[in-house]
Write a protein that binds this ligand. Structure first.
Ligand code: SAM
Length: 247
């Protein structure tokens, strides 16, 4: 059937692509790529000769219109991004919504995703989790967002880039409960993959201990807040007030 195939691709290790993804990319009429040059590396490696066109956050509307045009001509289209699953902190949502609005199906071809890969090896995956993606880059907005997420009864999953990892860890330590744990997963599936689990308060020190640790791409997972802490503190405060009033 003519459809938009949303295809997950490797996030570092070229081996991380499913047989079905390769089949779809081989059979497809055109591939919308976040970066066509980046996509070439993958497509060349697997000897896939397909027509590609750029579909990224700065042209998602125009490229979306092109995509709909192809679907209307009876051509199936695949969507890939530079790493992992399209639409997850990546372009794709708009194109999918456009295709669906035009009456076409979006068919997922699942595979790598940094958040899920990190969670699976974090030891925190038995908790509920909230995928928060990238925090805002401006300090005030970033801190406000962390405050907003603080009471959520779930592990928090963040994406972060190397140039902001330091300030993000500092803000998480400053604003979240010191009892929480953090899992720092960097360079997943790549040569210098590293996954460590630390008390949240130890995270900045861990990062400072070795310049190499600031390199690469990061997934941060902060364990859920300590149970009922808010309630206990409030109850204690009320008790103190009452106790002071009692004869
Ligand atoms: N769509 C992708 C996915 O499915 O995970 C995410 C793309 S987003 C633009 C890029 C961010 O994902 C990076 O800044 C990092 O936080 C995370 N990421 C991507 N590849 C990674 C890897 N190999 N190791 C750790 N984090 C990674």
């Amino acid at each position: 059937t003519v459809a938009l195939y949303v295809v997950a691709t490797p996030m570092g290790n070229l081996g991380d692509i499913t047989l079905r993804a390769l089949e779809v990319l081989r059979d497809i009429d055109a591939i919308g790529c976040e970066d066509t040059r980046h996509a070439c590396r993958l497509l060349d490696h697997y000897d896939i000769k397909a027509t590609t066109f750029a579909l990224h956050e700065h042209n998602e509307r125009e490229a979306g219109a092109k995509l709909i045009g192809l679907l209307r001509e009876g051509k199936s289209v695949a969507l890939i991004t530079d790493a992992g699953t399209p639409g997850i902190s990546d372009p794709g949502a708009h194109a999918v919504a456009m295709a669906q609005a035009a009456g076409f199906q979006a068919i997922p071809v699942p595979g790598p995703n940094a958040a899920i890969a990190a969670l699976s090896a974090s030891g925190l995956s038995d908790e509920r989790f909230l995928f928060a993606g990238f925090l805002p880059t401006k300090p005030m907005a970033r801190r406000a967002e962390i405050e907003r997420l603080k009471p959520v009864a779930a592990a928090l999953v963040f994406y972060e880039a190397p140039h902001r990892i330091e300030e993000t860890l500092d803000d998480l330590v400053a604003l979240l409960e010191p009892q929480r744990q953090i899992v720092i997963a960097r360079e997943l599936t790549k040569m210098f993959e590293q996954i460590v689990r630390l008390p949240l308060t130890a995270a900045p020190g861990w990062l400072q201990a070795d310049e190499n640790r600031k390199r690469g791409e990061f997934v941060l997972i902060v364990s859920a807040p300590p149970p009922h802490e808010g309630l206990d503190v409030e109850a204690e405060r009320v008790l103190q007030i009452l106790a002071a009033e009692l004869p």
